[in-house]
Design a protein around this ligand. Structure first.
Ligand code: 1PR
Length: 523
């Protein structure tokens, strides 16, 4: 039996699912005594260091955790569960860590985007039972803005490169902890978890020993989900956001089945967008929660959910905060939530007052779950102008002139699934959302959506150069070459597609094979 410490933030469901898929029974810690009596303790964590330590204190878990660790009993920390082992963190100077290891937790100080999100490798520094059956060149899923800096080099199990080399796993006796998420790292991650549970004490040295590692470009499959006219929840797909064909909502399959297929085919991440979320009561829309629950049971890569992440009041007058809505999605298996229409409203208010309210969906969710859990989904549309000073927006010179030969354009933000244009451009929106604490931008493009004509590289460059958080290029992929294009001509960290995957025109595996040897991808 595995005992799991859930302090209430982040996606603990995925860890439970991964352990259960390995045939383990999982007991979730309910009292301090459960920690002391654990045979093997797993401490996963996503979120913020200060919030985590405060909750551990409030629940009186600090003393039993320290006692458990001091007794040299089997422990696996994941992400924040690794950070907690150290003395303190730059993420929250006032909060004291468990101090099991000497050293601190530092924020990435690099020229590349922070958070470090995606699949990266491990440079193995010493043999360990955790590596049994691994080749050594596998990639694992990371999502973090802070990394540990141990004082004792002896505890360093692996390092990973992102701008510089940082410690990505530690071991001291039976206490191991990883910066990456094994529960989100596909088959390699499951193998590592299995090793923690069963491998015994013999140390293993993988065949491949790499000194440096590289972050892979991510290929993301997106499932636009809605209820069709017959009342079934289906994956649909629009042409420039119009999902109806001859009056009927296009039906391209069932969400849980398609997500499973994309996982098997090698998707690095899966995104579900509840495309009518702006008009539903999100928590009344239980099918989406059920989709997540079922998907996360056997899909072990990151899951993002978007649509309807906002404050709302239900028919009975009960108010739900966006944080509560997001919490329900995280509990059901989501790793990140994506905010669309509400992000536009938040930024409009922010620009009007010039002040952060602290109460917006972006700020509240980032505070509890960490920036990396907050994705902003932008639905922009091109608006052509003859001259840059014609509008008070971020205007670019375009190589694709408008219908009247206009040489300039700006990208207008829309809300409600593209139905309503706002007086705000995508570049300003992205920049403001980063200031408010968002961790990633999902950059759609209404003009390109469903057209198979390739990504709008000008849009992606304009937004990417304005922010320091990762950008997901979306809309328009029609062939494997388009992915190469977007990665060669923009700095986007990942690319998302829907139609070509749903219609089996280009499988995910074919995109990966095409990109292999041209750039870093996860095989
Ligand atoms: O506004 O927070 O409730 O979120 C609603 C979410 O639903 C937003 O993220 C918005 O992008 C999405 N959405 C709303 N209406 C539509 C629609 O299509 N009618 N889908 C929609 C957005 C765009 C991508 C698509 C790519 C790739 N779909 O998700 O998957 O364009 O497609 P392609 O590869 O086939 O070109 P809120």
């Amino acid at each position: 039996m595995i005992t799991l410490l859930d302090y209430g933030a982040g996606n603990v469901r995925s860890v439970i699912n991964a352990l259960e898929s390995l045939g383990e029974t999982v007991r979730v810690v309910a009292t301090a005594e459960d920690i002391l009596s654990a045979e093997k303790l797993v401490f996963p964590g996503v979120g913020a260091f200060g919030n985590m330590m405060e909750i551990l204190n409030r629940k009186a878990y600090i003393a039993p955790l320290k006692a458990y660790l001091a007794a040299g009993r089997p422990f696996l920390g994941i992400c924040l569960g690794l950070h907690a082992l150290f003395e303190n963190s730059e993420e929250a100077f006032a909060a004291e860590g468990l101090g099991f290891l000497k050293g601190t937790v530092k924020r990435f100080d690099v020229d590349c985007a922070v958070p470090h999100i995606g699949w990266n490798g491990l440079a193995i520094r010493q043999p360990a039972s955790l590596f049994k059956g691994l080749q050594g060149d596998e990639k694992f899923y990371f999502v973090h803005s802070y990394h540990v800096a141990p004082e004792d080099p002896e505890v360093v199990l692996t390092t990973t490169d992102y701008g510089y080399s940082f410690v990505s796993a530690i071991q001291k006796g039976p206490v191991v902890a990883t910066q990456f998420h094994p529960e989100k790292s596909g088959r390699s991650g499951l193998k590592l978890l299995e090793n923690f549970i069963r491998a015994g004490d013999a140390a293993h040295e993988p065949n491949v020993r790499q000194d440096h590692t590289r972050l892979a470009k991510r290929i993301i499959a997106c499932l636009d989900v809605r209820t069709n006219d017959q009342g079934d929840l289906v994956v649909t797909k629009g042409d420039q956001y119009d999902v109806r064909e001859e009056g009927e909502v296009r039906n391209l399959g069932k969400p849980v089945e398609l997500a499973r297929r994309y996982y098997e085919e090698g998707a690095d991440e899966i995104t579900f967008l509840n495309i009518t979320g702006f008009r539903d009561f999100p928590l009344a829309d239980m099918p989406m929660l059920e989709v997540l629950r079922q998907t996360s049971r056997n899909v072990f890569v990151p899951l993002t959910i978007g649509g309807g992440i906002r404050n709302y009041t239900d028919v009975n007058g009960r108010f739900y905060s966006a944080l509560e809505v997001a919490a329900e999605y995280f509990r059901s298996g989501a790793d990140k939530v994506s905010i669309g229409s509400d992000a536009v409203a938040i930024v409009e208010a922010y620009r009007k007052t010039g002040r952060k309210s602290g109460a917006s969906a972006i700020e509240t969710i980032a505070r509890v779950y960490g920036s990396q859990a907050v994705v902003i989904s932008i639905d922009p549309r091109r608006v052509y102008v003859h001259a840059p000073d014609e509008v008070p927006h971020s205007v670019i010179e375009t190589a694709l002139p408008g219908p009247q030969g206009q040489k300039y354009c700006w990208y207008q933000c829309t809300v409600k699934g593209g139905r309503e244009g706002r007086d705000l451009d995508a570049v300003s929106l992205a920049r403001a959302c980063e200031e408010l604490g968002a961790g990633e931008i999902l950059l759609n493009c209404i003009d390109r959506d469903g057209t198979n004509t390739g990504f709008d590289l000008e849009l992606i460059n304009a937004v990417k150069s304005a922010v320091n958080i990762p950008v997901i290029a979306s809309s328009g992929a029609g062939c494997a070459d388009h992915f190469l294009d977007v990665f060669q001509h923009t700095a986007a960290e990942s690319a998302l597609a829907a139609g070509i995957f749903h219609r089996r025109e280009v499988p995910i595996g074919a995109v990966k094979s095409f990109l292999k040897n041209k750039m870093e991808v996860r095989s």
